[in-house]
Design a protein around this ligand. Structure first.
Ligand code: FCB
Length: 426
């Protein structure tokens, strides 16, 4: 089976995940809530500088209770979502109590259903005022973020143990400051990109003690986009070096910037895993040459499969990535993993194969706290709009009708039994 490497053996074995394992799905405020008028994405959508408008998204801001009923009916015991900074602090230094209360209600709705909240504080969007004054490129961005975290955590910390400070800093930096197709949509600047990444690391490190002061047993991490990177032709030194450089840039640099003692500001590392990147050396590509380019050819001995967004499906990569990041010496959490497709059988195969990969990592001795499928329901996928269908639940965007997909039932069995049947050995 392409990209999955599940054995066709029939003899099956049951693998039990550790007690208390978190099972659920993830979302992000701008992708589901609707009407996030105060952030930089909304503003650029209105200015026609982005290809799609988030509009009312999934109207999850109003419909969260019934959406959580669905999550509960699908056997989830945890849910990852993000707080929209621009709602909490719509203007610099001005705090919106009603919006804070909204998130209190959201968390209570989860807890009432026995679902553990995992709260992300920054998932790509910034308040428009913050962006206008220079966003993350400014050094004082750290102070603004920490002040926001302080306000949020003062109200929510008694209800929330698991915190993700910032989602995918490396992806944010790349899209916002290198490729420039995300707000602030500025021309490429490597210098600014590095400054932004450094500030995001500082912001995380500064938010960490704030969260711990307000909640001593807090589990604070960030969500890192962790592709599995490999050389196209392992016997080519140029391919190997390029793959290593890309791996360093995408998977190591962030943790180096966090400092040698990153274990001190990370209670866990969240990993968002989607794909494998097969990298080859391409001369004459300017500075980007160092990072190589992705090979999509079928000359690697096995047929390859790609999702509707062109991301390579490679389930064994999740185990490899988990083992790799286990070296940091803190627990891991799969904070995102999922597939955009209209083929529901493929979606189920993708999910089950990736869950087996997580099981293998756990069997290898890696501490994994939980797994969150991306995403609870089809939503607004940034520059891809509404066509990237990642959901456990299908959404009809004209009527906001939700329909549970078959994959959710297969996942439910795993969530509720806290175990997976796999066909070993590997
Ligand atoms: C991740 C993002 C998430 C979603 C998925 C498909 O990089 O964190 O918001 O867009 O990709």
């Amino acid at each position: 089976m392409t990209g999955f490497s599940r054995s066709s053996q029939t003899a099956s074995e049951l693998f039990a995940f550790p007690e208390g394992f978190l099972w659920g799905a993830a979302t992000a405020s701008h992708q589901v809530e609707g009407g996030n008028r105060g952030n930089d994405w909304w503003q650029m959508e209105q200015d026609g500088r982005l290809p799609h408008e988030s509009g009312e998204a999934c109207r999850h801001y109003e419909l969260y209770s019934s959406d959580f009923d669905l999550a509960k009916s699908m056997g989830h015991n945890a849910h990852r979502f993000s707080i929209e900074w621009s709602r909490i602090e719509p203007r610099q230094g001005e705090w919106n109590e009603a919006e804070l209360e909204h998130y209190v209600a959201v968390i209570d709705a989860l807890r009432y259903r026995g679902i553990e909240p995992v709260v992300t504080l920054h998932h790509f969007t910034n308040p428009a005022w913050f962006s206008q004054r220079g966003g993350w490129a400014r050094k004082d961005s750290v102070d603004f973020f920490v002040r926001y975290v302080q306000v949020v955590a003062t109200r929510l910390a008694s209800r929330v143990r698991f915190w993700v400070t910032i989602n995918e800093p490396t992806v944010y930096v790349k899209r916002a400051y290198i490729t420039g197709d995300w707000p602030p949509c500025e021309p490429r600047s490597w210098g600014r990109a590095i400054r932004v990444l450094r500030n995001m690391c500082r912001a995380h490190a500064a938010a960490y003690p704030v969260l711990h002061r307000l909640r001593p047993d807090a589990m604070v991490g960030l969500a890192h986009s962790a592709p599995y990177i490999t050389a196209c032709n392992p016997s080519s030194a140029a391919d190997r070096v390029t793959a290593r450089l890309r791996d360093f840039a995408l998977n190591d640099a962030l943790f180096m910037l966090l400092g040698r003692r990153s274990g001190v500001v990370l209670d866990f590392i969240g990993l968002n895993f989607y794909a494998r990147q097969v990298v080859c050396w391409r001369p004459k590509a300017g500075a980007a040459m160092l990072l190589g380019s992705e090979c999509r050819d079928d000359h690697h001995g096995e047929p390859r499969a790609f999702t509707s967004l062109g991301w390579e499906i490679y389930a064994p990569g999740l185990r490899k990535v988990l083992r790799r990041f286990a070296r940091h010496g803190v627990p891991l959490m799969v904070t995102e993993n999922g597939i955009a497709t209209s083929d529901e059988q493929l979606r189920t195969r993708y999910l089950m194969a990736h869950l087996e990969s997580v099981a293998e990592a756990v069997r290898d001795g890696v501490t994994v706290l939980g797994y969150f499928y991306w995403t609870l329901m089809d939503n607004f996928e940034w520059t891809e709009g509404r066509n990237a269908r990642f959901g456990l639940v299908e959404v009809d965007f004209l009527t906001q009708q939700r329909t549970v997909r078959p994959v959710a039932r297969a996942y439910q069995v795993v969530c509720q039994s806290n175990s997976i049947e796999w066909t070993s050995p590997r």
